[in-house]
Design a protein around this ligand. Structure first.
Ligand SMILES: Nc1ncnc2c1ncn2[C@@H]1O[C@H](COP(=O)(O)OP(=O)(O)OP(=O)(O)O)[C@@H](O)[C@H]1O
Ligand SMILES: [Mg+2]
Length: 452
């Protein structure tokens, strides 16, 4: 059979014969050339005879499992993109697969459309990294978890936490600097849960006057105030059964905080001007880009509300503390840009090094903008360090030796690393740091760090 131009050469290994046959049939029907194997050894032999463009491997197979096979295939074909198939709900193994270098994972049972889409993306990423060696990025890419790109240990831990808690209705507090992806995480919590078919409603507390914010949240009845000519439902009611994302919660006025506290605690609230109580089932997801603990200390935030919201605590580390994610993010953004000749735009290694030495005050959002502008400047083909330098903020530029991180940054990082090393043992870490336990706990709160 002659393959069509968009046909893929796929190596597929799975010990489940029924599933294997069905998959081979479906992929072949779509014009792909599939070499199927029932196990690791057989797959390796097939790859030696005819090198595939992309591999789809079942994780659990007797003998050589998917991860071992991935490693063996990589020795044979270093840049080979691999997609791992996992059983239902086995997120730890999926994380293991990504850490071992898989491009992506798919959960069985899976739709053939999704399989084909993922395999195509994986093959395309390989085409990108197969540019001349100097232009290569040192990894293959990923579509990420619900759009969250990155595979640094910190990010994988965060994804694991999302997985574990997405179904629960306990309130969530997402803490992270501007542009770290707080909204992305909030959406991931919603779309990953069984609430996905119910509304995901966002309210941004920044810049809204308290009366307006209350009106937005709780709604009003006709005649509640001058100009209230009709009854209006609040966002709480609209979000019933779904999730309410309260963005920039640190900016919420104290009076509104009191009303919010009640509904977070009991699910009960009253619209403005109404005597009737309403009850809703909403998952509250709040986000803040500064420490709520500091806001409590400064008397601007209710402590009781902080504790109510901060049940599941998701701290997104700033980009400068997880630079391992940078190449993947760069690749993600570049894969959406082509130059005038429809050629993939690439960043040479020196350009990546330059990005690694930048402080990224605006985190991932800033990275996106920087790349967009540098690509425009470059006119296509390759983005040089000079073009990047022209668009980076001078104050945050230069290697770590020229532009050190702030004392707070390094203290936060140091405490986090110590906690990780000591398995979250606060007493032990305080001993090692030579400070008392309470001081350490205060600092952990300030930096949004947990002992686990
Ligand atoms: N890990 C990531 N992978 C892919 N895209 C990301 C990631 N983190 C952030 N982004 C992107 O960066 C942009 C900013 O993200 P988002 O709006 O979620 O940030 P934020 O933390 O809510 O920022 P702010 O505090 O300024 O509102 C979005 O376009 C988002 O898609
Ligand atoms: Mg935001």
């Amino acid at each position: 059979m002659t393959a069509s131009p968009d046909s893929l050469r796929i190596l597929f290994a799975d010990d489940d014969e029924t599933f294997r046959r069905a998959m081979v049939r479906a992929l072949t029907k779509r014009g792909h050339v599939v070499a199927a194997a029932a196990g690791g050894e057989e797959a390796l032999a097939a790859a030696r005879i005819s090198p595939p463009e992309v591999a789809l491997l079942d994780l659990r197979m007797p003998g050589m499992d998917g991860i071992l096979l991935l490693q063996a295939l990589r020795e044979l074909e270093p840049g080979l993109p691999v997609v791992i198939l996992t059983g239902h709900g086995t997120i730890p193994s999926a994380i293991e697969a990504i850490q071992a270098g898989a491009y992506h994972y798919l959960t069985k049972p899976c739709e053939i459309d999704e399989v084909e889409h993922t395999l195509r993306n994986a093959a395309r990423v390989r085409a990108v990294v197969q540019e001349p060696a100097s232009q290569k990025l040192p990894h293959e890419g990923s579509r990420g978890y619900e759009g969250i790109i990155g595979r640094s240990p910190a990010l994988l831990k965060m994804i694991e936490l999302i997985e574990k808690t997405k179904e629960s209705r306990s309130p969530v507090l997402i803490q992270g600097e501007s542009g770290t992806g707080k909204e992305l995480v909030a959406r991931a919590l919603h779309v990953g849960s069984s609430r996905r078919d119910r509304p995901f409603v966002t309210v941004n507390c920044a810049g809204l006057k308290p009366e307006l914010l209350e009106n937005e949240l709780f709604g009003h009845v006709e005649g509640a105030f001058t100009g209230a000519s009709r009854t209006k439902s609040g966002l709480l009611e609209i979000a019933d059964g779904g999730s309410l994302f309260i963005d920039e919660v640190a900016d919420m006025d104290l009076a509104v905080q009191a009303s919010l506290l009640r509904v977070v605690e009991t699910g009960i609230f009253r619209s403005l001007g109404s005597t009737k109580e309403k009850s809703v089932k909403v998952r509250f997801i709040a986000a803040a880009n500064r420490s709520l603990f500091d806001e409590v200390e400064a008397g601007r935030f209710r402590q009781d509300l902080m504790y109510r919201l901060d049940v599941v605590h998701i701290a997104i580390p700033p980009l400068r503390e997880r630079l391992d994610d940078l190449p993947l993010l760069v690749e993600h953004y570049l894969s959406h840009s082509k130059d005038a000749n429809d050629k993939q735009i690439v960043l040479p290694r020196e350009s990546i090094d330059l990005l690694r030495n930048y402080r990224w005050p605006g985190n991932v959002r800033e990275l996106h903008h920087v790349l967009e502008r540098a690509i425009l400047l470059s006119g296509g083909g390759e983005v040089t360090p000079a073009e990047l330098t022209a668009v980076l903020q001078p104050g945050a530029r230069g290697g770590a030796q020229f532009s050190p991180v702030t004392l707070e940054d390094s203290e936060r990082r140091h405490i986090r690393e110590m906690l990780e090393k000591e398995g979250g043992n606060v007493s032990r870490v305080s001993e090692l740091l030579g400070i008392d336990r309470r001081t350490l706990q205060r600092k952990m709160k300030r930096y949004g760090l947990r002992s686990l």
